[in-house]
Design a protein around this ligand. Structure first.
Ligand code: SF4
Ligand code: SF4
Length: 98
């Protein structure tokens, strides 16, 4: 499974509601490891940030990979609600998954 991330970095700007990332919040909801829209600790990123690992550990037992990608892309589109350019890119991938 390859998750079609457009590397917008929006999910890393909204971590205040993710308990597993509480220690990563620099105080304004942005992850302290986000640098120029990219993860500075990508190879050692937390499990919750790793779509493939989350699927393998928790979701494989309850849904197929295509559904999991669709669910994640829907969350990405919600994050991009106020950014039409990024949302459009994510929607393109979403349409390929439906
Ligand atoms: S919001 Fe979605 S598309 Fe953007 S960086 Fe995060 S996972 Fe990738
Ligand atoms: S650890 Fe990396 S992938 Fe996870 S929220 Fe921070 S910058 Fe984003």
């Amino acid at each position: 499974m390859t998750f079609p991330c457009v590397q917008c970095g929006l999910c890393c700007h909204e971590i205040s509601k993710v308990p597993a990332l509480a220690e990563y919040d620099r105080g304004d909801g942005v992850c302290r490891h986000l640098e120029n829209k990219l993860c500075a600790v990508y190879k050692n990123r937390p499990l919750v940030c790793n779509v493939q690992a989350m699927y393998d550990f928790y979701f494989r037992a309850v849904m197929d990979g295509k559904t999991f990608i669709r669910e994640n892309l829907m969350a990405c589109m919600t994050l991009a609600e106020n950014n039409p350019e990024i949302k459009s890119k994510i929607e393109t991938f979403y349409r390929q998954e439906v």
